[in-house]
Ligand binder design. Structure first.
Ligand code: GLA
Length: 580
């Protein structure tokens, strides 16, 4: 008998955050999105159906009938600049006017004579919107000349003094692109002005002040029908196999619209940014009293604790990411007196080793003492392998202050200290990307093997930022099996599928990809071939994915309205999604 899914309150319309990296506030790391997803596309040499162990073993829940939400949009404000401007004007001394070219049309708006990055075009939309309501805004933008790319924002000026970035996009020179965002209108407001500007820079150079072209601005009221359909739970579905985690951030964990979904679907979280050194190290304390903190760097726990508190309160667990990484770790951490001066000297290896030990001690002790039992896995070191840079073991030498100051031993030292201070139930992981690529895989394998022999590591983390077809399921399987030889826990730590195809077929392909992956992971566990203990999806919605850069991407299980995509049902192993 078919079971219709029960109603629920997850109705809410639209998400709010537009994060370039998963989680709040971190610098986008655009270069990685390319290398991680496009590198090493080894061809399938064996048919996937031959080696794919067994989707049949992990068949689906045929009794669940999928009720698809439908989205209705109503334009509450629109301007294509063909016959007027609806009152669009400058924000400062810049010029805003109509010119005879446009996006698939004959006219558009242009902003010239900009002297600050906040100079742009603005329009008052107060009369078109209602309080306590979310709207979607979409507009076409471009610029000519200047740098190869330029980040632009669509923002809201609430009343006279509150400025909120609602959406952003990295435009490519000379190309019209769509910037979109969510306008979250509060209960009380006097006025709301929508405006377009470019990334904040002060002082701004000529490159920052390019003319901005704007066309086809639309603000929609959005209604989702069947938004209240209750979904099954991903973590309950897979709980006999592994934890199902989410890469998230403080903003989502504070917003009931998001966290109700998170709690329904996931039993593990990773803070995308808040647990990284640039978020945890306390610059103010360290630099105010460098003598006192020289060997024992001060940490601040306000960001870190959002996830830990959330997990404790809701009975879920945390993957702590990450203690040691060459990125999102401030350079001043490696300098004498914690100086930000570019010419300041780096500390000695001895001093840095003590800073490393005491940083790890401080973070892990904080977790042990305040949140015992919450952190089940710690990414001790992230991305230490980068082949072709000189080190014979493959240890990353470029742009890696850990390597510069301590040398290749930094990896083993980090694990030694982590082992010393971690509670017994905190499993220690090495985490990396493109683990399937042969030379990288070998270097990682050797690194992890050495650590395992010394009793310093418990698991291998596979970031798994994949494309739709690459790497193949076979390559992924081979890689998991290779590391399984080392008798380690295996965790998929940052799974997402980089695709820009949002057609029905594209979404179907994405769903099949997720289904093939979860089929593979479950079958390896079923057969006792790999001890996979956790699968983390990197980002809840398409809107918030770190993969959005010059092009909008659709990697996630949920869409911008927080509605499940086909991909969700693929990951759920629903019978309506093909196995191959
Ligand atoms: C890497 C890091 C993550 C995150 C992603 C991009 O994979 O391990 O912490 O920064 O890049 O979101």
């Amino acid at each position: 008998m078919k079971k219709k899914i029960m109603p629920l309150l997850l109705a809410a319309l639209i998400g709010t955050a537009f994060l370039t990296s998963c989680g709040d506030g971190a610098e986008p790391k655009v270069e990685e999105s390319v290398s991680k997803t496009e590198e090493t596309a080894a061809p399938d040499t064996v048919s996937e159906t031959e080696t794919e162990t067994e989707a049949s073993v992990t068949e689906t829940e045929p009794e669940i009938e999928i009720v698809k939400p439908t989205v209705k949009k109503e334009v509450v404000f629109g301007e294509d600049f063909e016959t007027g401007t609806s009152g669009f004007g400058p924000r400062g001394g810049e010029t805003v006017k109509i010119i005879d070219e446009g996006y698939n049309s004959s006219k558009c708006l242009i902003v010239t004579d900009r002297t600050a990055t906040w100079n742009g075009a603005s329009v008052d939309i107060t009369d078109c919107i209602k309080a306590s309501t979310k709207y979607e805004v979409r507009a076409m933008m471009k610029y000519e000349g200047g740098p190869a790319t330029k980040k632009v924002y669509v923002s809201l000026q609430q009343n006279t003094s509150s400025y909120i970035t609602c959406g952003q996009l990295e435009l490519k020179r000379g190309e019209w692109n769509e910037v979109s965002g969510v306008l979250d209108i509060p209960a009380n407001f006097d006025s709301e002005c929508l405006y377009f500007e470019s990334e904040y820079k002060d002082p701004a150079t000529e490159d920052d002040l390019v003319d901005l072209y704007i066309d086809d601005v639309k603000v929609y009221y959005v209604e989702v029908e069947n938004a209240d359909v209750k979904l099954p739970s991903l973590y309950e579905k897979h709980e006999d196999y592994f934890k199902i985690g989410l890469g998230t951030g403080a903003r989502e964990l504070r917003d009931p619209t998001y966290y109700s979904i998170i709690l329904n679907q996931f039993n593990s979280i990773t803070m995308g940014n808040e647990m990284k050194p640039d978020s945890v190290l306390d610059y103010v304390k360290c630099s105010n009293d460098p003598e006192k903190y020289n060997l024992e760097p001060a940490i601040k726990t306000d960001n870190l604790e959002v996830g830990l508190k959330f997990a404790k309160k809701n009975g879920i667990t945390v993957r702590l990411h990450v203690l040691v990484w060459h990125q999102q770790t401030p350079e001043w951490f490696f300098k004498e007196n914690y100086s930000r001066d570019a010419n300041a000297a780096y500390v000695s290896k001895e001093v840095m080793t003590q800073r490393l030990e005491n940083y790890i001690k401080a973070v892990l002790t904080y977790c042990n003492e305040n949140y015992p039992g919450i952190v089940y896995a710690v990414d001790v070191v992230n991305e230490a392998i980068n082949i072709g840079e000189g080190n014979s073991d493959g240890i990353r030498t470029k742009d890696n202050h850990w390597y510069d100051v301590i040398g290749p031993d930094y990896v083993e030292l980090a694990f030694t200290f982590a082992r010393k201070y971690a509670a017994e139930d905190m499993k220690l992981f090495y985490n990396d990307y493109n683990c399937h690529s042969a030379d990288r895989r070998l270097a990682m394998y050797n690194l992890v093997k050495g650590l395992k022999e010394k009793g310093l590591i418990d698991g291998m983390g596979f970031q798994s930022h994949y494309g739709l077809a690459s790497p193949s399921t076979i390559e992924i399987q081979e890689t998991l099996l290779k590391f399984a030889e080392l008798d380690l826990e295996l965790q998929v730590t940052e799974l997402d599928i980089n695709t820009a195809d949002n057609s029905d077929e594209g979404f179907e392909k994405l769903a099949v990809r997720y289904k093939k992956l979860i089929n593979l992971y479950r079958s390896l566990v079923d057969k006792g071939l790999a001890n996979i203990t956790s699968i983390t999806i990197w980002g809840l919605t398409d809107e918030n994915s770190w993969l959005n850069d010059t092009e909008k991407k659709y990697p996630a299980l949920f869409d911008e309205y927080l509605m499940p995509k086909e991909a969700y049902w693929g990951f759920y192993q629903h019978s309506s999604i093909a196995n191959y």
